[in-house]
Design a protein around this ligand. Structure first.
Ligand code: BES
Ligand code: MN
Ligand code: ZN
Length: 503
């Protein structure tokens, strides 16, 4: 999608479709008191001609102003645009760039489904211009993605050209457009990887995609196989990989910009299970097909490294993806087996389906060996996090409050939602083993926390954040702003987090 800025007056722009945001100016407190009070709808722009074209419609009582309501007017009087899409954003008081990002996605999805190829989005005047531009561009890229690659009847409907109508410092806004485009494209790159089924996204193929991407953007990328994994004594990672005929891949991407300080070195570690059958503790057939997205954490790190390499923040970053299938076979590990992780800790395998924490244990430890001073991992780690938080928030864990605060600020800027869950010492009892240092499954209660407690054993003293994206990496339903399927969650926050380290 070609993305450009325009500083002309919205009404004077010739375009296939103009998009403007409608907000309800009514006082929310008054609304609470009087349920019958009417919305006070107004287009969020300073262009009087755009205001005027919507006046009658907005006063008609036919428009509610609820978020994502759309109204399309053709040949709008006084505008050079062929049509105008009025997109409601809800109450003006609460309206933020978080909402705007989603509205931009909704505009793209509404118009492309009608066969329209270009749009010009009027940046709402209530959001600071640079934030608005970033939100519109990121949201538009997210909305433009559809996972219908293998469908013969796919319509290939895409918006080809996006214009953002705004005013302000041209150079700063152009930088914002360029950066937001990199982020949006990288998020879609991740979604493409996640969308592939396991027969077309083996560990080897995932590694090839990471290599190809790295070559394109100038990252160092090494891919190691079973020999190196065994040589490094990654007994936890190998215990999962040993059951599969597909060779595993340890993917290591390094971003070392000239002029960056020796420290910090940020480590991004991703779970790359290209298919999770559960292994010998096999999963039920119902819904097992979804376990192709068990490499979403790894794909997120590959996409994040792409964005980082293109945005060029002055800070060192290492991306590590532990990629393997989790299969039952004559070579597969069995419940009761004891494995020795790279760190030397012994692990009693209670459930071979708790494999993500095994590969990450060695991934996190290896990142520290490579010199990482701060760690973030992302993984579709537990069904339990979905029970705890549903689909709206990813689970977030941290062993360091200062690092949590940093990440939390990045989440706000990136418009992603995650919720911190505890890591108190009390939970440590859940992963005690009789015959080894720890067990790999702490049982059902607090399952997401038990998994995080397990990982904490391998992050040790290094400041670390763990993102459990099992409930958020895949959209179960389509939304106005995003297709059903892979979401690309966490990428934007990770990239923001890394950028903030450089400033
Ligand atoms: N990949 C799954 C977690 C998952 C569940 C991801 C649902 C996406 C959607 C993970 O490897 C797993 O199987 N976890 C087990 C852990 C249990 C055996 C301790 C789980 O959550 O049931
Ligand atoms: Mn599993
Ligand atoms: Zn898994």
């Amino acid at each position: 999608m070609k993305t450009t800025l325009s500083f002309s007056t919205p009404s004077q722009l010739e375009t296939e479709s103009l998009v403007a945001v409608v907000l309800d100016q009514a006082d929310p407190a008054q609304k609470e008191k009087n349920k019958d009070s009417k919305p006070q709808l107004r287009v969020d722009t300073s262009d009087a001609a755009v205001q005027a074209v919507a006046t009658d419609l907005l006063a008609s009582g036919e428009v509610t102003g609820k978020p994502f309501e759309v109204n399309l007017l053709h040949k709008p009087a006084g505008l050079k645009a062929s049509r105008i899409l009025l997109l409601s954003g809800g109450g003006a008081k609460k309206f933020s760039s978080y909402d705007l990002r989603r509205l931009a996605g909704a505009a793209v999805r509404t118009l492309k489904s009608r066969g329209i190829r270009s749009l010009a989005f009027v940046a709402p005047s209530s959001i600071p211009v640079e934030d608005a531009v970033r939100a519109i561009v990121e949201g538009a890229f997210v909305g433009n993605f559809d996972p219908d690659y293998y469908r013969s009847d796919r319509k290939d409907q895409k918006i080809d050209a996006l214009t953002i109508l705004t005013s302000g410092d041209k150079a700063a806004l152009e930088k914002a457009v360029q950066e937001a485009q990199i982020v949006g494209e990288s998020q879609n790159f991740t979604r493409d990887l996640v969308n592939e089924p396991s027969n077309r996204m083996t560990p080897t193929i995932l590694a090839e995609r990471a290599k190809k991407m790295s070559a394109e953007v100038g990252l160092k990328c090494e891919v190691y196989g079973a020999d190196k994994i065994k040589e490094l004594k990654m007994g936890a990672f190998w215990s999962v990989a040993q059951g599969s005929d597909e060779p595993p891949a340890l993917i290591v991407m390094k971003y070392e910009p000239a002029g960056a300080a020796e420290k910090p070195v940020l480590g991004l570690v991703g779970k790359g299970i290209t298919f999770d059958t559960g292994g010998i503790s096999i999963k039920p057939a119902d819904g097992m097909e979804k376990m192709k997205y068990d490499m979403a954490g790894g794909a997120t790190m590959i996409g994040a490294m792409r964005a980082i390499a293109l945005l060029k923040p002055k800070v060192k970053v290492i991306g590590i993806v532990c990629a393997t299938e989790n299969m039952p076979s004559g070579k597969a590990q069995k419940p009761g087996d004891v494995q020795i992780a790279m760190s030397g800790k012994s692990i009693e395998i209670i459930n071979t389906d708790a494999e993500g924490r095994l590969v990450l244990a060695d991934g996190l430890y290896y990142a520290r060996q490579l010199g990482c001073t701060h760690l973030v991992d992302a993984a579709t780690l537990t069904g339990a996090v979905v029970v705890a938080l549903g689909y709206a928030n990813a689970g977030l864990f941290a062993n360091d409050d200062a690092l949590y605060d940093r990440f939390s600020r990045a989440l706000d800027k990136a418009g992603e939602k995650m919720w911190r869950l505890p890591l108190d010492d009390e939970y440590k009892d859940n992963i005690k083993s009789t015959i080894a240092d720890i067990v790999n499954s702490g049982g059902r209660w607090g399952g997401a926390i038990n998994a995080a407690m397990f990982l904490k054993e391998f992050a040790e003293e290094t400041p670390w954040i763990h993102l459990d994206i099992a409930g958020t990496a895949w959209m179960e339903e389509q939304k106005p702003w995003i297709a059903k399927g892979p979401s690309g969650i966490a990428l934007r926050s990770l990239v923001q987090f890394v950028k903030d380290f450089a400033d």
